[in-house]
Ligand binder design. Structure first.
Ligand code: NAD
Length: 288
């Protein structure tokens, strides 16, 4: 049965290291790093994600400059706030929690974040840097996947990696980051024919489709490394609501060599990478 890739434990270790870095740098710099999370409206899932992020910030010593706006907030109001945060030297990371209410244009807000404060790594400049293989802020979820695989010394060079999903948030940057470490990458998506034939070839299989149970044991090569990015809330047969990934965990764990759990896998790694991006922006901004 598969060994667990323990994202929760690694995230805790990274947070400890970041806390030590912050304590030390703060002595020289005179202030802590800062992260501003902007939320508009009352999406309960977003509120839960944000309180998670802010709790993690507090734990490592990052100051939170979060702002919560009412649903009817205008585009220009938010643009002004982002412009102010771009100028504020206490703020090293800025992110807009998605989804936004329908009247707002999320893409154009994202474009206004200074690329070097783009803690989520989703600004076109940072995505472009990723495409070119230049240093830059990397998207948190795929960066968390790579960091977790590296921690467990999973060989990636030359391996067949299959990414299921092609979103800007996860699938596309994931595929590019696997290329950066010299994997041979295939991207599958909603229009892919015969998904099973493709996933069966994967030495490394990353599921990021948002469909509970999409990947079953029959689709996985014996000894593969299986990473579940999916976070889906389902109601089980007893009427209880719980979180599951895209991978049928119990059957897949019988054939894979390594597997990530949901929760406790990539979720905590994503938060750890957000903190890491904020700290690296802080160190960068204060280095001269
Ligand atoms: P998305 O809906 O934007 O993208 C889903 C992708 O899956 C699409 O590219 C689509 O082509 C593909 N897809 C859909 N059905 C498919 C099928 N039957 N076969 C193959 N591919 C299919 O979602 P997203 O934002 O990329 O998120 C994906 C999942 O990851 C969601 O469950 C989301 O909640 C989760 N997520 C988790 C984290 C984390 O921190 N762990 C972060 C972001 C997203």
């Amino acid at each position: 049965t598969a060994k667990i890739l323990d994202g929760k434990a690694l995230a805790a270790k990274i947070q400890k290291e970041l806390a030590a870095t912050i304590t030390e740098s703060q002595l020289k710099i005179g202030r802590p790093p800062g992260l501003a999370v902007l939320m508009v409206g009352d999406n309960p899932a977003s509120a839960a994600y944000i309180s998670n992020k802010e709790r993690a910030c507090a734990k490592v010593g990052i100051a939170s400059f979060g702002k919560h706006f009412p649903t009817q907030t205008s585009q220009t109001e938010l643009e002004d706030v982002i412009a102010e945060l771009n100028q504020d030297e206490q703020v090293n990371g800025i992110l807009v929690q998605l989804p936004l209410p329908k009247h707002l244009d999320a893409i154009s807000l994202l474009h206004r974040i200074a690329p070097d404060k783009d803690a989520d790594g989703l600004h076109p400049v940072n995505l472009g840097r990723l495409v070119r293989g230049e240093a830059g802020l990397r998207s948190c979820t795929p960066a968390g996947v790579i960091r977790l695989l590296e921690e467990y010394k999973i060989p990636l060079l030359g391996k067949q990696a299959v990414v299921v999903g092609r979103s800007i948030l996860v699938g596309k940057p994931m595929a590019l980051m696997l290329l950066e470490v010299d994997a041979t990458v295939t991207i599958a998506h909603s229009r892919t024919q015969d998904l099973k034939t493709i996933t069966q070839n994967a030495d490394i299989l990353i599921a990021a489709a948002g469909i509970p149970g999409l990947i079953t044991a029959q689709m996985v090569k014996l000894g593969a490394v299986v990473v579940d990015v999916g976070i889906n809330r389902i109601t089980d047969s007893s009427g209880k609501s719980r979180l599951v990934g895209d991978i049928d965990f119990s059957t897949t764990a019988m054939v894979a060599e390594y597997i990530t759990p949901v929760p406790g896998g990539i979720g905590p790694m994503t938060v750890a990478m957000l903190l890491q991006n904020t700290v690296s922006s802080y160190l960068q901004a204060t280095s001269n």
